[in-house]
Ligand binder design. Sequence first.
Ligand SMILES: Nc1nonc1C(=O)NCC1CCCCC1
Length: 252
Amino acid sequence: MVAKRIALVTIFPEMFAALTEHGITGRAVRDGLLEVRCWNPRDFTSDRHRTVDDRPYGGGPGMVMLAEPLYQALTEARAWAGADGATARSIYLSPQGRQLDQGGVLELSDAGNLVLLAGRYEGVDERLIGMLIDEEWSIGDYVLSGGELAAMVMVDALTRLIPGALGHDQSAVEDSFAQGLLDCPHYTRPEEYRGRVVPEVLLSGNHERIRRWRLKQSLARTQERRPDLLEGLTLSEEQAQLLEEIRRERNS
Ligand SMILES: Nc1nonc1C(=O)NCC1CCCCC1
């Protein structure tokens, strides 16, 4: 198995320890499923202050990231990500991008290796984007101080789709999300917690009843909290039946 390579272009490479040193992403790196490597544009400057930004043409507040240090950093990052003939796609994280959802994560997970550009300041010289960026993606309609956290969100969601990255006991978590539904409620010991008990079906040991209960709970939650998600779904016979039951129970 060849490790998935994700290159990051960022002036804060230390931030990515959050991915490489913890949790599922950290284990994927240790297990050789994922390779993460950072390129810092500051390493591609030639002035004493290692300048990566400058004032915006046209005036206005803040600074804009210079194209040249990013160009050099991205070129090296793209070479690494595209080594041995691998396909590599260069992405810029910004609120102006396509909004990321699980469908987009699935698409990106099929796109081979990635180069993620994390911007700072007010943004990046548009000419650099035109020259070296293939796609712009957003993790949501809000403004962060930089693209690093957005890049980490994307890497985390992508890593969960790498075969072997989730221990056997987590792959089940993907079921409802993979079906485009919200997740069902979860419980663990004790059976009674401050007077609140676990739904008895989950103690029944009847795996078919439990599967059906969990699916019904996912459908009910999705109907209640995110009916828009249901609109986009083609329901199975069983899902349609359960949804009918839910609607009947709600109206009774
Ligand atoms: N939302 C987002 N989704 O992806 N990125 C986002 C963001 O808010 N990024 C911060 C900006 C800050 C200025 C430079 C470019 C990135």
